[in-house]
Design a protein around this ligand. Structure first.
Ligand code: FAD
Length: 369
């Protein structure tokens, strides 16, 4: 006797969308979540009126009108525009690299002046066939931008000298020759009023959810409960790491509540010099212009990942991609399981893509049923 149509492992955005749509289609679902809260990595927690992004800053952005309309069913979004600041020594620069950045770097005014300086630096470097990340970056943006805004940050991010990193990590370094600090090029952008957690609460409303429950504690039991399992956890863990373990870059967050109304005047400030151990400081209240006498800031550190740590960024090299493909093949042999989301697909996945992907999976399931 199977009590559910679907057991859903993970209450992150992928699992929650899948559960919501299946529930709407009349399917009975049970959601299992090993953390003590729902929402996965987009979880936000209210602290004195400020919604703190517990697993890193999340900005919703998309060009896909359908997805934008879809997510707007569950929240109203503000008009936040991501325009981060970079601090290098005592200098401040606008990101992404644009005319404001170039003007500050070189005291110039026009796009032609900026292009001339960048091209001269690229030519002077003499790099034709970049052999590592450093050479790759210099061959795209010249030496000044590289030295001040990329080198130290990249070193901290990867825990290795850019000279020892493969060039493919940086495929593009967009340079914008307009005075435009809007980080994303997408048409729709914003932060949900009240944070992300209420979106997940709405998606899971009326669906059975067990938090603080690890699927692997009673895997066989849960398998018997439903015809199918949607699994959004790490793919290698599903197979007991039998082919090896997929690697990640980790993050560590240090949050602090400060008795100041405004600590840094921007939600996101990157620290690009090597001697400062963290990569950036997030000041959460600026995502929503929260009215509060205090402020909460989070220093973000990039770390080596070890089993037991939270998984953040998949490592996009051949070894890990090959291993992932082998697990993927293995997963195809068991049609009780549907795999989806950033951990099961070992992929960096923006939220709008996760929603699209979950909706596609639902459609495929319903079509086959
Ligand atoms: P998750 O949110 O990881 O959900 C998976 C869930 O499964 C987790 O809750 C986990 O606890 C649970 N789980 C795993 N194993 C088990 C088990 N054995 N038993 C029970 N439960 C289990 N996207 C954007 O669009 N904009 C951004 O600005 C942005 N910023 C980001 C910043 C960082 C630092 C990171 C890492 C990602 C960012 N993203 C951003 C991407 C966004 O976080 C993902 O798109 C989204 O969280 C993916 O949802 P998911 O459901 O696939 O995975």
């Amino acid at each position: 006797y199977q009590k559910y149509d679907y057991v859903i492992v993970g209450s992150g955005l992928f699992g929650a969308i899948f559960a919501y749509e299946m529930n709407r289609a009349g399917k009975k679902c049970l959601v299992i979540e090993k953390r003590e809260h729902i929402g996965g990595n987009i979880y936000t927690e209210n602290d004195e009126g400020i919604n703190v992004h517990k697993y890193g800053a999340h900005i919703f952005h998309t060009n896909d009108k359908e997805i934008w309309d879809y997510i707007n069913q569950f929240a109203s979004f503000n008009n936040y525009i991501n325009s981060p600041i970079a601090v290098y020594k005592n200098e401040l620069y606008n990101l992404p690299f644009n005319m404001n950045t170039f003007s500050k770097l070189w005291g110039i005014k026009t796009p032609d002046e900026a292009k001339k300086i960048i091209n001269e630096q690229i030519t002077k470097s003499g790099i034709v066939d970049p052999k590592n990340l450093e050479e790759q970056a210099i061959s795209m943006v010249g030496t000044d931008i590289y030295e001040k805004l990329i080198k130290g940050y990249t070193k901290k991010q990867w825990g290795r000298d850019p000279k020892d990193l493969p060039s493919f990590i940086i495929k593009r370094l967009p340079l914008r020759f307009t005075y435009d600090n809007n980080y994303f090029n997408d048409r729709y952008q914003g932060i949900p009023d009240g944070g992300y957690t209420p979106i997940i609460e709405k998606l899971l409303c009326g669906i059975e959810v067990l938090t603080s429950t690890d699927f692997f504690d009673k895997k066989e039991f849960y398998e018997k409960l439903a015809n199918k399992i949607l699994y959004t956890g790490p793919i290698d863990e599903l197979f007991e790491y039998r082919l090896g373990m997929l690697d990640y870059r980790g993050l560590k967050f240090e949050s602090e509540k400060i008795a100041s109304e405004n600590f840094q005047g921007s939600a996101v400030v990157n620290y690009t010099e090597e001697s400062i151990p963290f990569t950036r400081i997030i000041e959460h209240k600026h995502f929503e212009s929260a009215n509060s006498e205090k402020t909460v800031i989070t220093r973000e550190f990039s770390t080596e990942w070890e089993l037991g740590d939270e998984r953040y960024y998949p490592v996009n090299d051949d070894t890990n991609q090959d291993l992932y493909k082998k697990y993927r093949l293995l997963s195809k042999s068991n049609d009780k399981y549907i795999l989806g989301g950033r951990l099961a697909e070992y992929k960096y996945y923006d939220m709008h893509i996760v929603i699209r992907s979950a909706l596609n999976k639902v459609q495929k399931e319903l079509d086959c049923a």
